[in-house]
Design a protein around this ligand. Structure first.
Ligand code: PMP
Length: 436
């Protein structure tokens, strides 16, 4: 797959990328981060492939923002058609946002009866928190210890993975994330529920009540914690007993990625009060939102008005509808289940040859490969994980890492990923691990 370049061409390309990086830093400022020791300058995408400025192909095993694959014609066409007809907002009546809401609501049934639209997952979580606080009259929010839920002030303050310089909100409490690799079988659910109860007790000691427990239903930033399916149930019971709501953050897990169900919470057999969605909904176009049980939305709706200039606009709604229909028509959730199982099995096979691999886990095409320095102590292999991610990039396969110690390889390709793509990924990983 590696394309050959003349030495001059490669040197010129590297110089161009360096110049773009310098320009970027000057224009966009110091807060942005790039992937990889050698950042990529990508110019085109198609299906599961991305192409750099020299036309060099990269197998995309990372971007869950494009569940249908890059530049899927159904979405491109839907966006182009609506953009050339009309684009306004939800202060005017329009069918498409209603068709989209209806189609989304059908996917949760039985479940929420309303859906509100935003542009980003952060906004969706921010709105869900406001709705939960209005419904419960409480302020407390419980999240996992290395959670990421977004960038607004209230949500950044509930995103401990942003690091120690982003302070948690006074009503935010964290609980240890599930860790099926280190917990005894059967302990994952009870441990999480116990931690949630302790967090509720700690809120009470500070005169606070919980508005909600918010979790990413695949625990992506916590290192990809998918199983055992069902472990969320007791924690959801615990928050309900204390009068709080359960917010399922589906920004990572949603839209069929986990293979068995369209939404991650469904694998756990729980009924969320609020469901927040983002990333994969628009296949790259900003589409996000919150689904709510009508009773939960009642207090917020009575006391607040809601208008989001871009959320739910006709072009975004057309994109969202095209994505949902294509996932269903092309059987992409089923493909994620089938190819994901195949890929996990092949990764388990690699573990027989590479001691660095401590655990292979996941659901569908959301996979975590935890690297450890020692299988007995399970000490995280943070530095090795970074080298693997960069080594794969050099072999033209794109992934990243996750978890509190950044030692879990995060594999999350577009859903049309094939078994041949999986083989290519495994071969590159095998080579990379052997070369460490
Ligand atoms: N929730 C989760 C679980 C996420 O992973 C992210 C984004 N990485 C967000 C919320 C925020 O979404 P956005 O970047 O669209 O604001």
């Amino acid at each position: 797959m590696t394309m050959t370049h003349s030495g001059d061409g490669a040197a010129q390309a590297a110089a161009n990328t360096e110049a773009l990086i310098a320009r970027r830093r000057q224009l966009l400022g110091p807060a942005y981060r790039l992937f990889y020791d050698q950042p990529l300058h990508l110019v085109r995408g198609e299906g599961v492939w991305l192409y750099d400025a020299q036309g060099k192909p990269y197998l995309d095993a990372y971007n869950n923002v494009v569940p249908l694959g890059h530049c899927h014609p159904a979405v491109v066409e839907a966006i182009a058609r609506q953009a050339s007809t009309l684009n306004t907002h939800t202060r005017y009546v329009h069918e498409t946002v209603l068709d989209y809401a209806e189609a989304l609501l059908a996917t949760y049934a039985p479940g929420p009866g309303h859906v509100m639209f935003t542009c980003t997952g952060s906004e969706a979580n921010d709105l869900a928190l406001r709705i939960a606080q209005a419904h419960t009259g409480a302020a407390g929010l419980i999240v996992t210890r290395h959670a990421y839920h977004g960038v607004t002030l209230s949500i950044a303050q509930a995103s401990p993975s942003l690091g120690r310089y982003v302070t948690l909100g006074p009503a935010v409490r964290t609980v240890a994330a599930p860790d099926s690799y280190r917990q005894a079988p059967g302990e994952t659910g009870p441990a999480l529920a116990r931690a949630v109860r302790e967090a509720i007790a700690d809120l009470a000691r500070h005169g606070l009540r919980p508005a909600a427990l918010m979790v990413d239903t695949i625990f992506s930033s916590d290192g990809v914690q998918a199983g055992p399916a069902g472990f969320l149930r007791e924690a959801v019971d615990a928050i309900h007993e204390a009068g709080g709501l359960f917010i399922a953050d589906e920004v990572q897990a949603g839209m069929g990625r986990t293979g068995e169900t369209l939404w991650g919470y469904m694998r756990h057999g729980v009924a969320p009060d609020l469901i927040t969605m983002g990333k994969p909904l628009g296949n790259g176009h900003p589409v996000a939102g919150v689904a709510a049980r009508p009773q939960v939305l009642e207090a917020f709706g009575r006391n607040s008005r809601y208008f989001n200039t871009f959320g739910g606009n006709p072009v975004s709604a057309a994109a969202g509808l095209a994505v949902l229909r294509t996932v269903q028509q092309e059987g992409l959730m089923q493909n994620a289940g089938r190819v994901g199982a195949y890929l996990r099995e092949r990764l388990q096979g690699l573990a027989a040859r590479h001691d660095l691999i401590g655990d292979v886990r996941g659901a569908g095409l959301f996979i975590g490969v935890e690297l450890v320095r020692d299988r007995a102590t399970r000490e995280p292999a943070t530095e090795q994980a970074a080298r693997v991610v960069n080594g794969l990039r050099d072999r033209q396969v794109l992934i990243s890492s996750a978890g509190e110690h950044a030692n879990t390889l995060k594999i999350r390709p577009p859903l049309p990923f094939s078994t041949a793509d999986a083989d290519r990924l495994v071969a590159a990983l095998d080579e990379t691990l052997a070369a460490l």
